[in-house]
Design a protein around this ligand. Structure first.
Ligand code: GDP
Ligand code: IMO
Ligand code: MG
Length: 429
């Protein structure tokens, strides 16, 4: 049984949480492979409505082992709070596995994230402030603390003390910011080690073993593939590898073990934070998408920027990640909008191209080339089959499918698990 990757094909918030909750039903393992508490995945199912940040979205299925793999940066304080919140909502977290190899997001990483954004001024990135960039920087610099370090309490305390001292020197001397309270962090870290200890293990080894026995592994992306550190419009990206290659590296499994790759794409685009967004609509259309689509961040509450579906950017992600099928989400948000536009390329300095240029400054001045399609009357949310969708909605989905060059497997017409049309089984494509 090959592993399946479910990734976001845009700049995040495509509805990955909903799609994973739906597809995890028959899986043995559901593995978060990138990012940290910067993610916000909303799941609405028969148990209630949940905002997940680090815990994988398939946690609601009793047969699924939820895991955080090596490539995740784990915020221990936030994870313990999330576990407590979910437990209070009746969700069992007993099966949670956290990789020894994953790095820790420490309080000073969050302080550094805020200080670095303040220093960037006009050139700020609009990060979530969750310490993601500084935690991955320490990892790359070989100065990071890993989840597994917590298993040797005495050594961990020493490492924490040294790291806090080094970070405080940076915070004060480089950024003129307040230092973090070393004693408080030490107290906290003792508590994290005590409470998280039972979840810590060699996740990657267990996954390879599971695959060898034919068990089904669902790899869960966070952020969007357009925010990937290499593929995205750097520096307006996150600090991890959000695509399929990142999934394998993080989960410690061979690339050949990945079969289906499902990209969640919303029927339009959103972006939170700074960075180029050629199809952004700073007008009534954008407002419609934001209000009807409830486009406000799950993690930071920020209003998401909204615009038309960008087929050029989406196709880039499909090709880059070997996507095998698409989950088109939030189709219902386009109900009543007429006409609809799809961006099929960009005009940049008088030249028309159909690909995403590497340099963000080019994308900042790109004028989208649009194709127009008629909208539809009536609601898509009650539809459970392809035939029940309005003609215009079917034509819109078909056109996206043509432009992406891969089939649509799922159409989502509402936030709840059952507000879904399954055209084909994405796990066998
Ligand atoms: P993620 O980060 O990709 O998991 O996406 P988020 O959960 O941050 O944002 C997606 C939002 O849209 C959440 O509030 C979901 O409950 C909601 N959602 C997902 N699919 C649909 C859909 O098809 N229709 C509507 N109306 N809402 C949806
Ligand atoms: P999910 O998993 C949307 C964005 C931030 C910022 C940039 C860098 O819910 O799709 P970071 O804090 O990662 O250093 O911020 O990335 N960003 C997201 N946008 N959804 C997310 O996660 C995001 N995670 C990070 O807004 O522009
Ligand atoms: Mg989100």
């Amino acid at each position: 049984m090959p592993a399946t990757v479910i990734l976001g094909g845009h700049w995040g918030d495509e509805g990955k949480g909903k799609v994973i909750d739906l597809l995890a039903a028959n899986c043995s393992y559901n593995v978060r492979y990138s990012g940290g508490a910067n993610a916000g995945h909303t799941v609405v199912n028969e148990h209630g409505s949940f905002a997940l940040h680090q815990v994988p979205s398939g946690v609601f299925h009793p047969g699924v082992v939820p895991m955080l793999a090596a490539g995740v940066v784990v915020d221990p304080q936030a994870l313990l709070e999330e576990i407590a919140t979910l437990r209070a909502q009746g969700v069992s977290l007993d099966r949670l596995h956290v990789s020894e190899r994953a790095h820790l997001v420490m309080p000073y990483h969050k302080a550094l994230d805020t200080a670095m954004e303040a220093r960037r001024g006009e050139r700020r990135l609009g990060t979530t402030g969750k310490g993601i960039g500084p935690a991955y920087s320490d990892k790359a610099a070989r100065d990071g603390l890993r989840v597994g370090d917590m298993l040797d309490r005495k050594r961990f305390a020493e490492l924490v003390r040294q790291s806090v001292e080094a970070a405080n020197r940076q915070l004060v001397a480089l950024y003129g910011a307040e230092p973090v309270d070393a004693e408080h962090v030490l107290d906290q870290s003792e508590e994290w080690a005590r409470q998280l200890g039972p979840y810590i293990c060699d996740v990657e080894r267990e996954l390879r073993y599971g695959l060898s026995r034919g068990q089904m592994v669902l790899l869960e992306g966070a952020q969007g593939a357009l925010l990937d550190i290499d593929a995205g419009s750097y520096p307006y990206v996150t600090s991890s590898s959000t695509g399929v290659a990142g999934a394998c590296a993080s989960a410690g499994i061979p690339v050949q073990s990945v079969g289906p790759v499902v990209a969640a794409l919303h029927a339009y685009m959103t972006r939170v934070g700074e960075g180029p967004f050629p199809t952004e609509q700073e007008n009534g259309i954008g407002e419609h998408l934001r209000v009807v689509g409830k486009e406000f961040g799950t993690t930071t509450g920020r209003a998401r920027r909204c615009g038309w579906f960008d087929a050029a950017a989406s196709r880039y992600i499909v090709d880059l990640n070997g996507v095998t099928s698409l989950a088109i989400t939030k189709l219902d948000i386009l109900d009543g909008l007429d006409p609809l536009k799809l961006c099929v390329g960009y005009e940049i300095d008088g030249k028309i191209i159909d690909y995403v240029p590497a340099r963000p400054e080019l994308l900042f001045r790109a004028e989208p080339v649009y194709e127009e399609l008629p909208g539809w009357q009536g609601r898509t949310t009650p539809a459970r089959t392809w035939e029940e969708l309005p003609d215009g909605a079917r034509a819109y989905v078909r056109r996206i499918e043509e432009l992406m060059g891969v089939p649509v497997s799922i159409i989502s017409v509402g936030p709840a698990r059952d507000e879904t049309i399954i055209l084909r089984d994405p796990l066998s494509m």
